[in-house]
Design a protein around this ligand. Sequence first.
Ligand code: ZN
Length: 81
Amino acid sequence: MNSPNVPDSGDSAVICSAKGCRAPAVWVLAWNNPKLHTPERRKTWLACEEHREHLSQFLGVRGFLKDVVTLEEWESADRDG
Ligand SMILES: [Zn+2]
């Protein structure tokens, strides 16, 4: 399984995590795989408007999806890790 793009420092343009998509990300999907991660850990995927639904569903059917927020909101929350 290839790892999707992850948000970095926030300075560079962030791109949608969907495979082959080069659109700027608008949404952050926060997820957690209870088999791999401690409950408070959050992995993030980025999504453009078009792929938000697709990626949310991918995580949702596995029971991994925790939160979907706008990138702006996510960055302003100033979370660690
Ligand atoms: Zn996309």
